[in-house]
Design a binder for this molecule. Structure first.
Ligand code: ARG
Length: 566
């Protein structure tokens, strides 16, 4: 039983008597900004059309039908019915429920164990992992956790960019200017420099591009030298990526580079042909999508016979569906690839795959770093390792100032520093572009990850201190105090927050909630003396414990550690 459900159930009981069925009451119910206006309010505006009455009159009619004994007060303001909950009973029950359910609080079984694949991270070998890939990694990871909380079985797939004409250029560049030792020392940086150098030279000397194409052809034909160099570049790149994944404590269920699909594209092309979907346009093979409202056709095979990014993605989508029987396949990829995913879905649909509707593109916006845009082609790239290292340093500095005697400082600094970067990435609505200033992100105050972590550590510290107290384990009525009731009210929202985050594939809903919960808790902490030996002590501690549980759970779902001291 949640606080909200008291109102929802009562409205659902009376609305049919008033001739209103099929109304998503839970969806309509609002939480007034100012709690003086009520704990919940029900707007009647959308009923005005159905009833041909003014919202105020509708509110009055419904008001007459309500069982007012369920509430301390119900009133009407304009077209709203405002409900003030009978605080005690429901709050006590909820507090018990949260503490009993522990980390299961907020779990729902939407998925019944069905599989969901999540295509995420997917950096390109021989290039540094970019802030964009970081976004994909952390958003994908959070979504995987949220899906799992909702009863699905997530499969995290890293679709490594390890194929394409750029590797021809890289091989050509290596053959001309490369140095094995330098690559072994600092692989990604060296490979990137080679690639950038090649592109600069090719601007003046376009013949170089032919050389690049020739090397890519060798690669495609399985030339021994080309393949062994490519394997080496791939290996050293993956090792570097692993370091970042280790830092962030993110793992994958499967790596399937683009190259993995080299021998799986023929059957896709065959099927396209047999369905009469391929047409020739300027020597290339394309799928016409004009009847789906696309301006351009989808290019499947280039005029020189080479496959494309979409060809590999088609093969991957079909292969994964067979392998995992997923009910949804989510792709967490930057918004600049919208066209690509629109085409991918449309082609799958034309091929007769009904499950093309379950292909879910989850785009996100661009990160700039201190106002600067990032681009690998020009060699202007912020290295992710550096960002994470700096975040660690900043976190350690603050811990040294605030809590110099902390035992496992380095570990906590890592959890706080990395957590700060991840949290900042997740708290913004994913489609927004945003700038990233490390000094603002790694702060213990403000709407930051460390603030949420710090609030949880504060709650944990109270619980530790309470161990020396004599405590009588009775749940008492403390909910006549607004500060306590505000806290239980926001805890009550947690399951709904998870559902919303799942429905919209939007971890920011959860991150914003965690900030809000932290604020409400800190207000409570300021107002109320918690560690006082009186008969309400146990109840206050249970409230602190419930808050800490939900803060930890939110952070964990977002992929962030919750140190108990910092
Ligand atoms: N490697 C690509 C890039 O860095 C992203 C791949 C996204 N996933 C996919 N299935 N296309 O742009």
């Amino acid at each position: 039983m949640s606080l909200e459900s008291v109102v929802i159930q009562e409205l659902k009981r009376v609305l049919p008597d008033y001739g209103i069925t099929d109304l998503d009451v839970a969806q309509l119910l609002e939480k007034p900004k100012n709690s003086d206006w009520g704990d919940f309010s029900f707007p009647t505006f959308s009923l005005a059309k159905i009833k041909h009455k003014s919202p105020y009159n509708i509110a009055e009619d419904i008001y007459q039908l309500l069982n007012k004994n369920l509430f301390t007060k119900v009133n009407i303001v304009n077209g709203y019915i405002n409900f003030f909950i009978l605080r005690t009973n429901v709050s006590k029950k909820l507090l018990l429920k949260i503490n009993n359910e522990n980390h299961s609080f907020g779990k729902v079984d939407l998925g019944h164990g069905k599989t969901v694949t999540i295509d995420m991270s997917s950096p390109n070998i021989a290039k540094p992992m970019s802030m964009g890939h970081l976004r994909s990694t952390v958003i994908g990871n959070a979504l995987a956790n949220i899906e799992s909380k909702c009863g699905y079985q997530p499969i995290k797939i890293n679709f490594i960019g390890d194929w394409g004409t750029q590797f021809g250029k890289l091989l050509a560049a290596y053959k001309m200017w490369g140095d094995k030792r330098e690559i072994d020392n600092d692989p990604i940086d060296t490979l990137l420099k080679l690639y950038v150098h090649f592109n600069q030279k090719a601007k003046k000397d376009p013949k170089l591009n032919d050389l690049g194409r020739a090397w890519f052809k060798k690669l495609e034909d399985g030339d021994k030298e080309a393949i062994s160099l490519w394997k080496w570049f791939r290996e050293v790149s993956l090792q570097r990526f692993e370091e970042i994944y280790n830092d962030l404590k993110i793992d994958f269920d499967w790596y399937d580079g683009e190259a993995f699909y080299n021998d799986k594209m023929d059957s896709v092309v065959k099927k396209l042909k047999s369905e009469n979907l391929l047409t020739v346009s300027q020597g290339a093979q394309v799928v016409d999508l004009s009847d789906e409202g696309f301006k351009n056709p989808a290019l499947i095979i280039r005029s020189d016979g080479a496959s494309l990014y979409i060809t590999r993605d088609l093969a991957a989508a079909i292969y994964r569906k067979k392998k995992y029987h997923s009910v949804k396949s989510i792709y967490v990829v930057g918004s600049e690839q919208k066209q690509h995913f629109d085409e991918l879905k449309a082609v799958l649909k034309k091929m007769g795959y009904e499950w093309s509707d379950e292909v879910i593109y989850v785009p996100f916006g661009l990160i700039t770093y201190n106002g600067k845009k990032l681009s690998t082609r020009e060699g202007r790239i912020i290295l992710l390792n550096e960002v994470l290292d700096n975040a660690y340093d900043l976190a350690l500095k603050q811990i040294n100032e605030k809590n110099p005697s902390l035992i496992n400082k380095e570990e906590v600094a890592r959890e706080v520093g990395y957590g700060a970067v991840v949290f900042h990435d997740l708290k913004n609505e994913r489609i927004e572009n945003f700038d990233f200033k490390l000094e603002e992100v790694v702060q213990f105050e403000g709407d930051t990850g460390p603030y949420v972590q710090y609030t949880n550590a504060r709650a944990q510290s109270i619980l530790r201190k309470s161990e020396s107290f004599q405590i009588k384990k009775d749940i008492m009525d403390i909910f006549d105090q607004d500060a306590a009731f505000d806290l239980i009210k926001i805890l009550d929202q947690y399951p709904q927050i998870i559902l919303q985050a799942e429905k919209k594939y939007e971890p920011s809903i959860l991150a914003k909630y965690a900030i809000q919960l932290s604020k409400v808790f800190n207000r409570y902490y300021k107002k109320v003396k918690i560690l006082v030996e009186d008969d309400q002590l146990y109840t206050r501690l249970q409230l602190v414990r419930a808050t800490s549980l939900v803060l930890q759970d939110s952070l964990n779902l977002l992929g962030i550690k919750a140190p108990s001291e910092m």
